[in-house]
Design a protein. Structure first.
Length: 60
């Protein structure tokens, strides 16, 4: 998945779940790891990190 696609997915997840979006992405990464889906886990971890950046940008 392209980086811009990850960013769009992160934005959509953040709009849908607000401050809970990061935890949602972390849970999906954890589940993918448990299922042995390394690439999927890495994708969700990148999405989680992008959401973390979004959350940080809102705080002053």
């Amino acid at each position: 998945m392209k980086m811009e696609d990850l960013a769009q997915h992160a934005h959509a997840l953040y709009r849908a779940h607000g401050d809970k979006a990061e935890a949602e992405a972390a849970q999906k990464a954890k589940q993918a790891t448990a299922d042995g889906q390394t690439a999927e886990a890495e994708k969700w971890e990148k999405i989680r990190l992008h959401i973390k950046e979004l959350r940080g940008a809102r705080q002053t």
